[in-house]
Design a protein around this ligand. Structure first.
Ligand SMILES: C[S@@+](CC[C@H](N)C(=O)[O-])C[C@H]1O[C@@H](n2cnc3c(N)ncnc32)[C@H](O)[C@@H]1O
Length: 333
């Protein structure tokens, strides 16, 4: 339920906004879409591929599923705890797509694991062949993974399924990857080039749809793009307000533009702070040099004073002695 605030509580919307992560990326934001799916299909078994925090796994159970198989090869301790606390959730610590054949056929598949063509194409090949009555929800169908592979774990892929990749990331602001872009920070890498055949998640979905009759895609162009694959016309109709919404798409594009601008500013700020650290070191070193030279100058001044005094003493001594020829010469100088 949205909270727009009131005259008495004018800050409610801002409070809600600041509780959200700066970058929304979880399927948990799509609860109302899952509600529509559940309203059109009896869903008792769910296979969720790519779980991460488990933020969204509980929603599948809350909406009515009795068994949710949460497939993730790298579960954190907090994810293990969240899954252990809910008896409808079952952790499957394994890799998709290979693991799909070992699990019960599900009513709902949620595919949000490794976002590359080969993985998603193989996942869809298995699901569309073996679960023709299921609904399939896919995440990250739009930028940056739509036409560019991302690799959490490329080592399991055949060499021809891997594009040359980089730890740099894409940005909205130009077409090349950049270290100031949407980078994986060690979690994933990105294909160096976007586009072409067998590259990206949307390309995988298009090829799977071309190979399997009767399935249709409803694209919801928000929060990296969610696709609902179904053979059910009534479900497609129910999703119509969200499907290909220009309003959602415009807001998403603007969100991505702002976020990648923020990443760039952050990158530059870190680079400048490195530069400022160097300047501070130079200033400190020069300060130490100045102190040392000031000390040396004081020593030399004292030495000069001493020599001047000795000189004056010698002159005085000369003045006191009876005049000799040599003395006269010295005094003349
Ligand atoms: C984007 S996150 C999932 C986010 C989660 N679905 C949500 O909406 O909150 C991707 C997850 O997929 C997992 N993953 C990567 N490759 C996978 C694979 N081949 N099979 C299953 N999970 C995979 C990663 O460990 C990571 O936790």
């Amino acid at each position: 339920m949205n909270d727009y605030g009131t005259r008495e509580d004018p800050h409610a919307q801002a409070r809600a906004a600041r509780q959200l992560p700066l970058l929304l990326h979880s399927l948990s934001c799509f609860r109302e879409i899952f509600e529509i799916v559940y309203a059109h299909h009896p869903i008792s078994t769910v296979v969720e591929v790519g779980v991460e925090s488990g933020q969204v796994s509980g929603i599948y159970a809350e909406l009515g599923a009795s068994a949710v198989y949460c497939v993730d090869p790298a579960p954190t301790e907090s994810l293990r705890a969240a899954i252990a606390a809910n008896e409808a959730l079952h952790l499957v610590e394994n890799w998709s797509p290979d693991v799909l054949a070992d699990l019960p056929v599900a009513d709902l598949y949620v595919l949000d694991g490794d976002h590359n063509y080969a993985t998603v194409r193989a996942e869809l090949e298995w699901v569309l062949t073996h679960a023709p009555d299921a609904v399939v929800v896919l995440h990250d169908l739009l930028w940056p993974c739509s036409r560019r592979d991302q690799y959490y774990e490329p080592s399991g892929l055949a060499a021809e399924d891997r594009h040359p990749s980089s730890s740099d990331g894409p940005t909205i602001w130009h077409d090349e990857l950049t270290p100031a872009g949407f980078v994986g920070l060690g979690a994933f890498t990105c294909a160096q080039e976007a586009g072409g055949e067998r590259n990206g998640v949307l390309t995988a979905v298009e090829d799977a749809l071309a190979a399997h009759d009767g399935w249709r895609l409803a694209m919801i162009p928000a929060i990296f793009g969610v696709g609902v694959l179904t053979r059910d016309e009534a479900l497609l109709t129910a999703l119509a307000p969200y499907r290909d919404s220009t309003l959602l798409s415009t807001m998403e594009n603007n969100r991505l533009a702002l976020y990648t601008r923020l990443l760039q500013l952050q990158f530059e700020a870190v680079a400048h702070s490195g530069h400022a650290d160097q300047l501070a070191e130079t200033i400190a070193r020069q300060g130490r040099d100045i102190e040392r030279l000031t000390g040396e100058a004081a020593g030399l001044r004292a030495e000069a004073d001493d020599l001047r005094r000795q000189n004056e003493r010698l002159r005085a001594m000369l003045d006191e002695r009876p005049a000799t020829r040599a003395g006269r010469v010295l005094r003349r100088r």
